[in-house]
Write a protein that binds this ligand. Sequence first.
Ligand code: 5GP
Ligand code: ZN
Length: 114
Amino acid sequence: MNDCIFCKIANKEIETKILYEDEQFIAFEDVNKQAPVHFLIIPKKHIETLNDVSDSENIFAQKILSIIKKTAGQTGVAETGYRIVINCNRDAGQEVLHLHIHVLGGRTFSWPPG
Ligand code: 5GP
Ligand code: ZN
């Protein structure tokens, strides 16, 4: 039994605002938005962290970049700007152990990040 919340979203067991979907990936709005635009891109396959992406899955990176580009355009932040975040494990504050890419936009972000 898989209790992973993001697997449930990928399997449509939980209703979510979906921005993009293909066979391997799904993008949906974050439930606790940290910016006017804040969504997550996840592989449908349960992969816990970026560390668990095997070298044979390097195609992932290319596909994810193209999904980021597409969804940033769709949500209107391509020109104004956006930030991509992948939290990996404890020090980065990864709370959900199913690989996800945050895409944030619609406001100005500071650097360095907190
Ligand atoms: P992390 O800290 O693991 O990088 O980020 C997890 C993100 O998932 C958080 O921004 C949190 O708001 C979001 N999140 C957690 N549970 C749910 C959920 O059930 N639905 C959606 N849409 N987002 C969620
Ligand atoms: Zn999962």
